[in-house]
Design a protein around this ligand. Structure first.
Ligand code: FAD
Length: 387
């Protein structure tokens, strides 16, 4: 699916659905801190959240570039793709490393909406940026048919709206492996069975409407069949999925950036101060124009990274650069919109403050822009390793 017409058709299809969910819908959810059940259900039924799942497993079988357009359009419409996006990007681990049996069991049900896979557990209280220092363990039971999980995870989103989750845990003690990145494994297990049977979910209140949680594992038993791929290779599997995730999040930032530029432009044309539209002042006009230029530039890097990913070329540098450019462009556009709206930018009714809070996240999570710069410094420019 790579012709301009088809991609435009895809955009229109997503826009048509998003148009059914007004700014008021998202604003109301934000105020009540509620999950967009109806939106996610509609997107799932339309097939869009199964975009990345190949046709043979009941999905749309789209490439990364087209899939990213779906998330972009959600954010551009004024909505927030966060509540639904994990379903799209966690898929990579299962698709690439899951057994045929796991794929047949889960993918068609995820594509149809029967199973929601929205939770991805990596971060821990003492291991965020430094992922491989994580201390949650999964040990094989003596009879070998189960793993026993112990430890804590932090800021794990959407657990309440997911039927199962993907978890990264240590299966070989740190002292028994040569490198910290070895001995970690990925599991896919049922959350319904786990909660209350060794898994406690403690919600954390954060700056945006994103249900995120501390998870406490105390002797949680999961079946040995929950393991994805080979034991001990989990970190590599998670890294594998990162390039796709970076591109998808970059697309969400671009969606936000365009929303802010559109809103600021509209306001600058309409709002009259000193008897003329504020957009006539170059002090207002130029920052909006600059934000637009930056969003468009980031968009080019997003598509470059996506196309390289699709053709199987190494795209770590491009995917990381796309996310950095897009996160910063969206943030610049957010600030410009705040300035253009003046006092009204603080008023929830104008939605700028909500999107402003939402867009700030992308410089911090899922990866901090510092770590992207470190990647570029070390792996692209060959500068000395700092950690
Ligand atoms: C709303 C929200 C939802 C989230 N959802 C999930 C989820 O679903 N699943 C999940 O696993 N995680 C989730 N996270 C966690 C997120 O991925 C982490 O917060 C993120 O990876 C950063 O880790 P940290 O917060 O521990 O920061 P830290 O590791 O404490 O780092 C703090 C700061 O120091 C910087 N820093 C650290 N070392 C260096 C260095 N050597 N050089 C330069 N700078 C450095 C970092 O870049 C960062 O800016 C979520 C977070 C939020 C806020």
């Amino acid at each position: 699916m790579d012709t301009a017409v088809t991609r435009e058709g895809l955009r229109e299809g997503v826009r048509e659905i998003c148009a059914r969910f007004s700014d008021g819908y998202w604003r109301g959810l934000d105020a009540r801190r509620e999950y967009p059940e109806e939106f996610v259900r509609t997107m799932t039924e339309s097939g869009y959240l199964g975009a990345f799942i190949p046709d043979e497993y009941g999905g749309m079988g789209l490439g990364l570039a087209d899939t990213s357009v779906i998330l972009e359009e959600i954010n551009r419409s004024g909505g927030n793709a966060q509540p639904a996006h994990a379903q799209v990007y966690t898929m990579g681990t299962l698709l690439k490393h899951g057994s045929e049996e796991q794929k047949r069991e889960y993918l068609p049900k995820i594509a149809s909406g029967e199973i929601r896979l929205q939770a991805f557990g990596v971060t821990e209280p003492e291991a965020g940026t430094d992922t491989t220092s994580l201390s949650t363990t999964a040990r094989r039971s003596p009879d070998g048919d189960r793993y026993i999980v112990n430890g804590r995870k932090m800021y794990i989103s959407r657990v309440q709206h997911s039927d199962c989750m993907i978890l990264l845990a240590r299966t070989t003690p740190r002292e028994e492996v040569k490198r910290k990145s070895e001995g970690l494994s990925v599991f896919l297990f049922d959350l319904g069975e786990a909660e209350g049977n060794g898994l406690t979910i403690n919600p954390r209140r954060v700056m945006i409407n994103n249900e995120t949680n501390e998870l406490v594992f105390e002797d949680l038993e999961i079946p040995a069949g929950a393991l994805i791929g080979e034991e001990g290779q989990g970190f590599r599997y998670v890294l594998d999925g990162m390039n796709a995730e970076r591109v998808l999040i970059a697309a969400e930032c671009i969606g936000n950036g365009r929303w802010f530029v559109d809103k600021a432009t509209e306001r600058a044309k309409e709002r009259e101060v000193f008897g003329r539209p504020i957009g006539q002042n170059q002090g207002i006009q130029f920052p909006i124009a600059r934000a637009h230029v930056r969003v468009e530039a980031a968009d080019l890097m997003r598509f470059r990274a996506a196309e390289m990913f699709e053709s199987g070329e190494p795209c770590g540098a491009e995917a990381n650069m796309a996310l950095l450019l897009a996160a910063e462009a969206a943030w610049e556009a957010a600030n410009v919109a705040m300035q253009t709206f003046g006092g009204y930018s603080y008023d929830a009714e104008y939605d700028v403050e909500r999107k402003f809070r939402e867009t700030r996240l992308f410089q911090v999570a899922p990866i901090s822009t510092n770590l992207i710069l470190s990647y570029v410094g070390e792996h692209v420019l060959g500068l000395p390793r700092s950690f």
